[in-house]
Design a protein. Structure first.
Length: 201
């Protein structure tokens, strides 16, 4: 009997693909369902009789595809948190979850320029929800600068937030007899005629 197996057995697939996070992308999530039925085959005509005596309806080996939770990836947020549970079909199902890089706190000076040698501070992920970062984050301290706010409120997890820092005054001791020569650190205890003259570094 030369019968195409596809006439009585079929496999359908539900695939979730992840993109946008480069080499951090999770592997595809794949679920399959097997559909089967009995058929009636006419050996004389070499045909399958759709209303034949032994023909049955297609039946799947499970009722639905399970919901798929999106993994949390540090430094990225996803556009979908959960790919929902779905009734099985004889057709393949496909879903794409896209990650985008998290925004960051960008330290800037009083002129709005990024502070040299200070890296952006990426937003922290909400470990319970792959589509979100923490709603409020503490503004870090930077040596030599004073932050103008202690926290930031994050509304868009992918949008950078600039935070202004003010350069702290830097005071050094000056010898009044030689005002253009800085007193060496190991000589700070040597008496001078005038002390605490200030200059900003």
């Amino acid at each position: 009997m030369d019968v195409n197996p596809g006439s009585y057995r079929r496999t359908a697939t539900a695939l979730v693909r992840y993109e946008g996070a480069g080499d951090k992308n999770p592997n595809d999530d794949i679920q399959t369902v097997q559909w089967n039925r009995n058929i009636t085959y006419d050996e004389v005509t070499k045909e399958i009789l759709e209303d034949g005596k032994y023909t049955t309806e297609w039946k799947a080996d499970k009722d639905y595809f399970e919901a798929v939770d999106t993994p949390v990836i540090s430094g990225f947020t996803a556009d979908i948190g959960v790919v929902a549970k779905h009734d099985v079909t004889q057709s393949d199902l496909f879903a794409t979850v896209t990650y985008r890089k998290n925004g960051a706190i960008i330290p800037v000076d009083e002129e709005g320029e990024e502070i040299p040698q200070v890296k952006p501070i990426p937003f922290l992920n909400d470990l319970t929800d792959p589509t979100r970062v923490l709603a409020t984050e503490e503004v870090p301290e930077i040596k030599g600068y004073r932050r103008t706010q202690e926290t930031v409120l994050i509304k868009d997890p992918t949008a950078d937030i600039k935070v202004k820092y003010i350069l702290k005054p830097h005071y050094i001791p000056v010898d009044s007899e030689h005002p253009y020569r800085t007193v060496k650190p190991n000589n700070y205890s040597i008496p001078v005629k005038e002390i605490n003259s200030l200059c900003r570094g």
